[in-house]
Design a protein around this ligand. Sequence first.
Ligand code: DC
Length: 218
Amino acid sequence: MSVSALIVAIDGPAASGKSTVAKRIAKELGIVFVSSGGMYRAFTWLTLEKGISPADTDAVIALLGETEFKGGEEEGLGTFAVNGRFLTREELSAADVNSNVSVIATIPEVRARLVAEQRAYAEKTGLVMEGRDIGSVVFPDTPYKFYIDASPEVREQRRRAEGITDSIAARDKTDSSRKASPLVVPEDAIVVDSSELSVEEVVERVIAEIGVRSGRPS
Ligand code: DC
């Protein structure tokens, strides 16, 4: 398999450390990092900006039809614009986005559209994509699937340390119980519990497993 075709899928619950780990792995492998949650967040931001209630599914779907998404890349990081607007980190992790994104992500039409956008990234480049359904739905054929977990206590603590208001338990519940592509451990994924591990240790473990699965142990 050529490096450009390398797709690493990293799933896990909110604040499990998967985003930090995925970014580091992408850098080490020289491929692009993409946060699929960032896409759900960007569309949630737009919904709220338009004054649409996330519970008003028909209005959200109508907005989806009028929305243009554009994926790109800048210095190894996947970028994503909605209707030509790139959002800042602060906008994407604002408290009202945090509290509404899981509801928006339950809508099958929204998921279908964003899954297509996520797959489009892989047509151009090798990538590490993190999310909730990357190994199970977006790229089920990749052999490189990881599920990064951590205890709820550790995850709440990590969010507090970042100074971010986030209802981890509520998002866990919505993400795991929704009908469309719930958060699951993909059947053939390697599970890494990061509760007691440093970022370096998790990264090392994942890189070593990619080596094993590619037949090129590092
Ligand atoms: O990874 P994150 O916290 O930025 O994700 C924000 C929300 O987006 C998460 O609560 C559920 C949703 N999401 C999803 O449903 N599927 C994905 N692949 C990624 C995120």
